[in-house]
Design a protein around this ligand. Structure first.
Ligand SMILES: Cc1cc2nc3c(=O)[nH]c(=O)nc-3n(C[C@H](O)[C@H](O)[C@H](O)COP(=O)(O)OP(=O)(O)OC[C@H]3O[C@@H](n4cnc5c(N)ncnc54)[C@H](O)[C@@H]3O)c2cc1C
Length: 482
């Protein structure tokens, strides 16, 4: 093994140069810390013109399985970039993003009252995922104190003497070439397939508290471009039907994507991976009218295994390891239907920077506990809501496939569906729903106005709700028709 002279190689080592790893690196370097980011993928997009086209056409990122899947950056993420990482917002502006207001189309529907002061909260900047990542990469490359090394895979963790808490203390990493790099803090930003849980297990300490849903969703996504302009933004991006959901994701340079989402346990709908079957199913869904007419620039791309997973390294008030924290998808991966992963991860990255600004790096126990507290207070509730929604939705689809009604006495599930059902019929419900969907507010606060929930339930006829649109059997028949 190669050895470096004694002394840390950086203040912080970040594993993974995805958006969250780079956001964490920039937040930490903003405090004068030296941050080294190690990224397994070797290909660097580099500077130059036509960023969007080069990022989409040329950038190879096998380390991020969803790199070519549709992404939307929701308003919480955009606001955070503008407020805390303006250099990334500037780089994104330079790449030619789409400017979108999430409530703009819905507020023009009959019976709604048009724009209101404050609606600019729902403004966002978004782009295809490679274009978003290019903005992070360009900003990080120019950030003082941040060094990004691509083509370097972390394969081991270095440890020092255990701290007073008696738990393993991480002091650095080992790379695939045997290089040892030391730092006061290692940040795991290795994404949903981060190797760190496996590397941690080798250290022999107590295991982290982890949870992994047993079933998840499958995405069948297709991206289009129209030479004469993309269709207007969707009335609402995510629409649920009996047994499947659709998502419309507008993006940069007149591109947009359409996703059909099904349960991983609904084997009959696997036929959607075939382009003709996908198109026949899409034609069944009224909200997709006019949205599959452009030039397809991808085939229907399947991605399975989309379930929630979380790992917590503070268990019963004690960290199982110090000198190492996880951010973004490495901490918790969520159901992507709601498009919140980037906004959650960026919030997490900035929260890490803020925590380190308070604790410094010399007391790893204090840092571990405080970062866990912030994470539990701000992001864990969002994760928990998404996990609960998934649990019900998967069970509901199981029931549809088995030909029986889905029965649950969980009032939150019924209430969520009832409110969802009237969001396009009441301007206040629309705003409250948009606040929650864009991670701008909690459901408790967003729906706190006196009488709002009662009014919504009356409009909907009560909490008994069934998804409108074609039945699963009709979609299946369309898919199977030749
Ligand atoms: C199908 C799908 C659709 C999605 N749609 C949306 C959406 O619309 N909006 C949204 O906000 N979110 C969406 N998400 C979630 C979003 O993709 C993630 O939240 C986001 O990628 C998290 O960023 P990250 O930086 O934490 O991880 P990643 O982007 O996964 O980056 C992790 C990085 O770590 C590197 N790495 C891994 N192991 C090592 C190692 N051993 N050594 C060095 N480097 C390593 C990888 O190569 C990679 O570059 C979607 C996710 C999926 C799966």
């Amino acid at each position: 093994m190669q050895r470096r002279p004694d002394g840390p190689d950086a203040d912080v080592i970040v594993i993974g140069a995805g958006p969250v790893g780079l956001a964490a690196a920039m937040s930490l370097a903003g405090q004068g810390l030296r941050v080294t980011v190690l990224e397994r993928d070797g290909h660097d997009l580099g500077p130059g013109p036509d960023v969007a086209e080069r990022a989409w056409g040329d950038w190879r990122r096998p380390g991020v399985s969803q790199f070519r899947q549709p992404h939307i950056l929701l308003p919480a993420g955009t606001a955070l970039l503008r407020g805390r990482l303006p250099e990334v917002a500037d780089a994104l502006e330079a790449a030619g993003p789409l400017r979108l207001n999430i409530a703009a189309a819905a507020r023009e529907l009959p019976g709604m009252d048009g724009p209101r002061p404050g609606d600019e909260r729902y403004d966002t900047l978004t782009a295809r995922r490679p274009v978003l990542d290019a903005a992070f990469a360009a900003a990080a490359a120019a950030a003082p104190g941040v060094g990004v090394r691509r083509g370097v895979e972390v394969t081991g963790l270095l440890t020092g003497p255990a701290g007073p808490e008696g738990r393993p203390r991480v002091t650095g990493v080992v790379t695939q070439d045997g290089e040892e790099l030391r730092a006061a803090l290692v940040v795991d930003a290795g994404g949903r397939n981060s190797p760190v849980p496996t590397l941690l297990a080798r250290l022999g300490g107590p295991p982290p508290a982890s949870e992994r849903a047993e079933a998840g969703f499958v995405y069948y996504a297709r991206t289009y471009r129209a030479a004469d302009g993309a269709p207007a933004g969707p009335v609402w991006p995510l629409v649920h039907h009996e047994g499947l959901s659709s998502i419309v994701i507008p993006a940069d340079h007149d591109t947009w994507s359409v996703v059909l989402v099904v349960s991983g346990r609904d084997h009959a709908l696997k036929a959607l991976r075939e382009p003709a079957a996908w198109e026949r199913a899409a034609r069944m869904l009224p909200e997709l009218d006019g949205r599959t007419g452009g030039e397809p620039i991808t085939a229907p791309q399947a991605m399975a295994g989309l379930h929630s997973r979380i790992q917590r390294t503070v268990v019963d008030g004690r960290p199982v390891v110090t000198g190492l924290v996880a951010v973004g998808d490495a901490w918790a991966a969520t159901d992507p239907q709601f498009g919140l992963g980037l906004s959650m991860g960026l919030t997490h990255a900035v929260a890490l920077g803020d925590t380190v600004a308070k604790t410094g790096l010399s007391d790893p126990l204090d840092l571990a506990l405080r970062f866990d507290e912030v994470t539990a207070r701000t992001l864990a509730p969002v994760y928990g809501r998404l996990r609960e929604w998934d649990r019900h939705r998967i069970a509901e689809i199981d029931a549809v496939v088995a030909g029986r009604p889905y029965e649950t006495d969980d009032e939150v599930w019924h209430l969520t569906n009832a409110l969802d059902g009237v969001k396009l019929r009441d301007p206040d419900v629309l705003r409250a729903m948009t606040e929650v969907a864009c991670m701008l507010d909690s459901p408790e606060n967003a729906f706190a106005a006196p009488g709002l929930v009662e009014r919504a339930l009356a409009l909907n006829g009560g909490p008994a709700w069934t998804w409108p649109g074609p039945a699963r059997a009709e979609v299946l028949a369309a898919i199977e028709a030749r």
